[in-house]
Design a protein. Structure first.
Length: 281
């Protein structure tokens, strides 16, 4: 069974449980926000969403959700009047996409696939894509493609559903992974401003955010500890090369591969232990 950061997961609530009101839903711990559709609880990641018909751009096929982010909507007319920003709940879902951590989905009675009354917990979904595009009304909105984490983690539709061609197929899978200290890795990414310590590449994403990966010099699968002294912040290419043995790290702070070489950049607050470099060698 996967272990996730605090606040992520079923929270001890059975899939299919129905709550009479948003207040009762909040008291269950599933979704504590009384109004907002995205619940984040101060975390880096989104914990849950509620589908309640607030955004007309939402598309819900049960086995595939195209969810609209928060913000920019006129509360009286329901029209999208301004562009959405990558902040608050939207940022939480964006980080859930990057991390792969699942999000609880609750459907309200207001939507076609919801319960006849109240709010129903429909299980865990994974964010598989995040992007901006014009809304039906014109201003830009954030969109999040979401699919069930697994067939065992969601309520099943009573009858087969016709998914759009853009929806990926759902398969039953069993996953095992070692738990990583996401807060520590996020802190290191911030320390290096998402810049690769080997090639100085920073991948720029939407809204000026960067993308980088935390790479364990001695892999977790081979007994490596999840500590700062065992982690480099790398671009995806050099992360793969490190994992596959296609580059060499040296104790003098240099590195090389078949086609390139250079110095490993270290911030004054971070170093790699010689113990892990020796294991790598």
């Amino acid at each position: 069974m996967d272990t996730w950061p605090e606040g992520i997961g079923h929270m001890g609530v059975e899939i299919g449980a129905v709550f009479a009101s948003r207040k009762e839903l909040g008291e269950s711990g599933l979704h504590k926000q009384q109004q907002a559709g995205i619940f984040r609880a101060g975390s880096e990641f989104a914990h849950s969403i509620v589908l309640s018909g607030g955004y007309k751009d939402d598309e819900d096929y049960h086995g595939f959700i195209l969810y609209t982010g928060d913000g920019g909507r006129d509360p009286d007319s329901g029209r999208q009047v301004s562009d959405q920003e990558l902040i608050r709940g939207n940022l939480g879902l964006y980080n859930s996409w990057n991390s792969g951590f699942p999000v609880r989905v609750v459907r309200g009675h207001q939507v076609e696939k919801g319960p006849t009354s109240g709010y129903r917990y429909d299980g865990l979904y994974t964010v598989i894509d995040a992007f901006k595009e014009p809304s039906i009304d014109g201003p830009l909105i954030w969109r999040f493609r979401m699919v069930p984490l697994s067939l065992d983690d969601v309520t099943q539709p009573k009858e087969s559903e016709d998914l759009p061609r853009t929806a990926p197929k759902i398969v039953r899978t069993t996953v095992q992974r070692r738990v990583r200290n996401t807060a520590m890795i996020s802190a290191l990414k911030s320390l290096y401003n998402d810049t690769c310590q080997l090639c100085n590449l920073r991948i720029n994403l939407q809204e000026g955010r960067g993308y980088s990966e935390g790479a364990h010099v001695q892999p977790l699968s081979q007994g490596g500890p999840d500590v700062r002294e065992n982690i480099l912040i790398l671009c995806p290419n050099h992360h793969v090369m490190l994992d596959k043995g296609a580059l060499l790290l040296r104790n003098d702070g240099t590195w090389s591969s078949e086609d390139e070489s250079g110095e490993i950049y270290f911030h004054r607050k971070h170093r790699i232990s010689d113990e892990f470099i020796m294991f790598h060698q």
